[in-house]
Design a protein around this ligand. Structure first.
Ligand code: 2BA
Ligand code: 2BA
Length: 109
C-alpha cells in the first residue's frame, strides 16, 4: 500500500476530490498553508493499493493545473538590516506537489 500526499491548489481541490471519490479512492482533505506564499492550499492524503496508485497520480496530473501568481518578496536594503522593501515577483505554482510513501501497516479500529 502507498500513501500519496498531494499538495494542490484550493481551486482544483473540489474537482480532484470528486474525481478520486468517483474512481473509488479513499481521500482525506487537510487545509494547509504554503510556506513561501503564506496562502492557503490543500493537502490530500490518499491511501491506495500498490496496483492503483499510478492511476491515482494520473488523475491528479489531469485535474491539477499550474498557475502564475504574484508574490511580494522582502528585500533587505543595503547597510541596514532592519529596513526592508518589497517588490512583486511572479511565481509559477505547480499543479501538484506529490510525495508517495510506502505504508508499513494500515489498520482501522
Ligand atoms: P470520509 O471519506 O468522509 O468517509 C466516512 C465514511 O463513509 C467511511 O468511514 C466509510 O464508512 C464511508 N464511505 C467512504 N467512502 C465511501 C464510498 N465511496 N461509498 C460508501 N461509503 C463510503 P471510514 O472508512 O472509517 O473512513 C473514515 C475517514 O477516514 C474518511 O472520511 C477519510 O477521511 C479517511 N479515510 C478512509 N480511508 C482512507 C484512505 N484510503 N485514504 C485516505 N483517507 C481515508
Ligand atoms: P508555497 O511554499 O506557498 O510556494 C508556492 C510557489 O512559490 C511554489 O510552487 C514555487 O513556484 C514558489 N516558491 C516556493 N519557494 C520559493 C523560493 N524560495 N523562491 C522562489 N519561489 C519559490 P510549488 O513549488 O508548485 O509549490 C506549491 C506548494 O507546495 C508550496 O507552496 C508548498 O506548500 C508545497 N511544497 C512545495 N515543495 C514542497 C516540499 N519540498 N515540501 C513540502 N511542501 C512543499
Amino acid at each position: 500500500m502507498k500513501l500519496i500526499i498531494a499538495i494542490v491548489q484550493d481551486d482544483d481541490a473540489g474537482r480532484l476530490i470528486s474525481e478520486l471519490m468517483t474512481q473509488g479512492y479513499g481521500v482525506t482533505k487537510l487545509a494547509t498553508t504554503g510556506g513561501f506564499l503564506r496562502a492557503g492550499n490543500t493537502t490530500l492524503l490518499v491511501g491506495v493499493d500498490d496496483e492503483r496508485y499510478e492511476s491515482c497520480l494520473s488523475i491528479i496530473e489531469k485535474v491539477c493545473k499550474s498557475r502564475k501568481q504574484m508574490a511580494s518578496s522582502p528585500v533587505s536594503m543595503s547597510g541596514n538590516a532592519a529596513m526592508y522593501n518589497t517588490f512583486p515577483i511572479e511565481v509559477t505554482v505547480g499543479g501538484a506537489t506529490i510525495f508517495v510513501l510506502s505504508v508499513d501497516k494500515f489498520v482501522k479500529y
